[in-house]
Write a protein that binds this ligand. Structure first.
Ligand SMILES: [Zn+2]
Length: 608
């Protein structure tokens, strides 16, 4: 008798049913008669599910179609499945005796916003397999930056930073086709779709904004008065529209901006959360007398109110996400949002340390705002002071937008430290008054493994999940019999690593860092990859192969970092050797290590 899944119509429930049938079909004996009902009992505002399964079948009920799918994957995990990384080949699906099909529990997600935002260089397959993995790992949202993810795809197809692969042509139209497939995959899983962010300011100045590229076309004289005046000049900041601010006391600039957002929201009803950000650059805000008389944050709030009025007039219920970042970290002095329910506060502590988790204890006062002379807060307490300031004027929905897997992770050679920092951060979200987390990150953040992303998803879904238990669950599944050796090796590498150094924080000459990296290099060069155990399968063999490659990659990165920190003149040559090595390995390890981004970060932030 086949496995029978009953459910109401709808593509998300159909997909949840196919997934449950697929995995149970692989786990149970062929003749097991199992009948499961997937059911929805609506409760907006949270992902909650109850699971009641016996050897004959039972019911998985969710607060939405998406919650049913999350419940299916969570139940499968509790039955022993492990979704260790994007891609079915990286999953463990153990056999299950019918008598072991017994689960009875209910769960409500600890935080509502649980998402990932695309960065790095990505193939269409990278994007689609990551979207497939999101609900398996407990996430419920995906953020395709800009109006289309062209820049991330183009970096891949042009093989930017990787001379070992010949560039392939790729157009913005090609990106639209990939985006359609990605959005269909998002809808099929009932995930929430976030879009845009940066780019509006450039668009208001007449440039289609699909990334951070510099423009060769001059700014039109008609639109020049809309650009911010900096040092007496109105023009593109560094030639990059996405980094250019507007003169927000210009009614024409505000009008154009608000009209662009409204047009976009009207023609893209599938977008659940539309991000309204200003320039991706700081200390280049307008210095005209009218702008000097107020603050950028006050102008931003008034602009958001303009947009809200237009959306309301058109009957559009798109949620708008506003950003606390750079100048906008300073709370507005006078302006307030008129319709708080329209908006979601997004706190982006991009300059924070990743040596430790958020700490809500010591929060200093906010420093005075000085136009075009700000420095970004490095300390966690300083960052949180800004959040507290905004929370005094806005009490609505909110989440943190953070970057452990977008830059800082390359500095943790073992990935265990950054996983622990992520776990600690998620545990403190409630104290910070934040209702979730969106990770701005490389999708190919998997060398040596996807533990940090896995911990993030588990902790966001289940606030009480213990970090050592999650690490144990992950390692025993990924490395099988070799789990103790793999963990000991990676824990030691993590203990020697310092994320912040790679992220460009602190002096470049640093004897302590040099000593640490010498030891890390020696550890990697002498590490003998354990053989798979007799009970291990292809998934574990893959993780062990990558552990061996990781030791070679980490040895070269550590050698380059040691040379830089010693200042002995060898740093450039060591870094070239690292770049050559990972370029040559990219075809074999493409889904696991983003070669473009390693090189970009170590060049632009670490200082090679
Ligand atoms: Zn101005």
């Amino acid at each position: 008798m086949p496995i029978i899944i009953d459910h109401a119509p709808g593509q998300v429930l159909s997909f949840a049913g196919e997934e449950l049938r697929h995995y149970l079909g692989r786990m149970l004996p062929e003749d097991a008669p199992v009948r499961v009902l997937l059911d929805v009992s609506p409760a907006p505002g949270s992902d909650a599910f109850t699971v009641d399964l016996t050897p004959a079948g039972g019911i998985i009920r969710g607060s939405s179609d998406r919650a049913v799918l999350l419940g299916v994957y969570d139940a499968l995990r509790r039955l022993g499945c492990r979704f260790l990384a994007p891609g079915r080949e990286n999953e463990l699906v153990p056999p299950l005796a019918p008598a072991e099909l017994r689960l009875r529990y209910g769960h409500t997600a600890a935080f509502f916003h649980r998402g990932v935002c695309i960065e790095g260089a990505d193939s269409p397959e990278n994007i689609l397999s990551f979207i497939d993995w999101l609900p398996k790992a407990g996430f419920n949202a995906f953020f395709l930056q800009f109006k289309s993810p062209y820049v991330f795809l183009r970096r891949w197809f042009s093989h930017e930073n990787d001379p070992s692969l010949p560039p392939e042509p790729f157009t913005p139209q090609d990106a639209e086709a990939v985006m359609d497939r990605a959005q269909a995959a998002i809808r099929r899983r009932g995930l929430m779709l976030h879009k845009v962010g940066h780019g509006w300011t450039g668009e208001a100045l007449g440039y289609p904004s699909l990334g951070w590229d510099a423009e060769v076309r001059p700014l039109s004289e008609r639109l020049r008065p809309l650009a911010a005046e900096v040092n007496g000049v109105r023009g593109l900041h560094g030639g990059v529209p996405a980094n250019t601010n507007l003169c927000l006391s210009s009614p024409a600039a505000r009008e154009r901006f608000a009209a662009l957002v409204t047009d976009y929201a009207r023609s893209n009803p599938a977008v659940d959360y539309l991000h309204i950000w200003l320039a991706d650059s700081f200390n280049n805000v307008c210095e005209c007398p009218a702008c000097q008389s107020t603050t950028l944050s006050d102008q931003y709030v008034e602009l958001l109110n303009d947009i809200d009025r237009r959306l309301t007039a058109e009957g559009l219920d798109t949620r708008l996400v506003f950003l606390l970042y750079q100048e906008l970290l300073w709370p507005p002095v006078r302006a307030r949002l008129n319709s708080p329910d329209r908006f979601v506060l997004m706190f982006a502590p991009i300059s924070r340390t990743f040596s430790r988790s958020y700490d809500a204890q010591a929060v200093p006062p906010i420093p005075p705002y000085v136009r075009n002379r700000i420095t970004l807060p490095g300390d966690l307490g300083e960052n949180l002071a800004f959040l507290r300031g905004w929370q005094k004027v806005f009490a609505g929905d909110s989440f943190v937008y953070d970057y452990p897997l977008g830059r800082a992770h390359y500095g943790d050679l073992g990935y265990v430290h950054i996983a622990r920092v992520i776990h600690g951060d998620v545990r403190r979200l409630g104290d910070l008054g934040l209702n979730g987390y969106i990770s701005c990150q490389e999708l190919r953040a998997g060398m040596p493994n996807f533990l940090p992303n896995y911990v993030m998803g588990r902790a966001l879904l289940d606030g009480g999940a213990d970090i050592d238990e999650i690490i144990g669950e992950y390692f025993s599944a990924a490395y099988g019999a070799a789990a103790p050796q793999a963990l000991a090796f990676l824990e030691e590498l993590s203990a020697l690593s310092r994320c912040d150094y790679v992220n460009g924080k602190g002096p470049r000459q640093d004897p302590d860092m040099a000593r640490r990296m010498d030891r890390a290099q020696a550890l990697c060069r002498t590490f003998a990859v354990p053989a798979p155990g007799p009970a291990d399968g292809p998934a574990q063999a893959g993780f062990l192969t990558r552990l061996g490659y990781h030791a070679q990659y980490a040895a070269r990165l550590a050698a380059a970092l040691a040379a830089l920190a010693r200042g002995d003149g060898q740093a450039g040559a060591r870094w070239d050797e690292l770049c050559r090595f990972i370029g040559q390995g990219e075809t074999a390890f493409q889904p696991w290590l983003d070669v473009y981004r390693v090189i970009d970060v170590t060049h632009n932030y670490t200082g090679f």
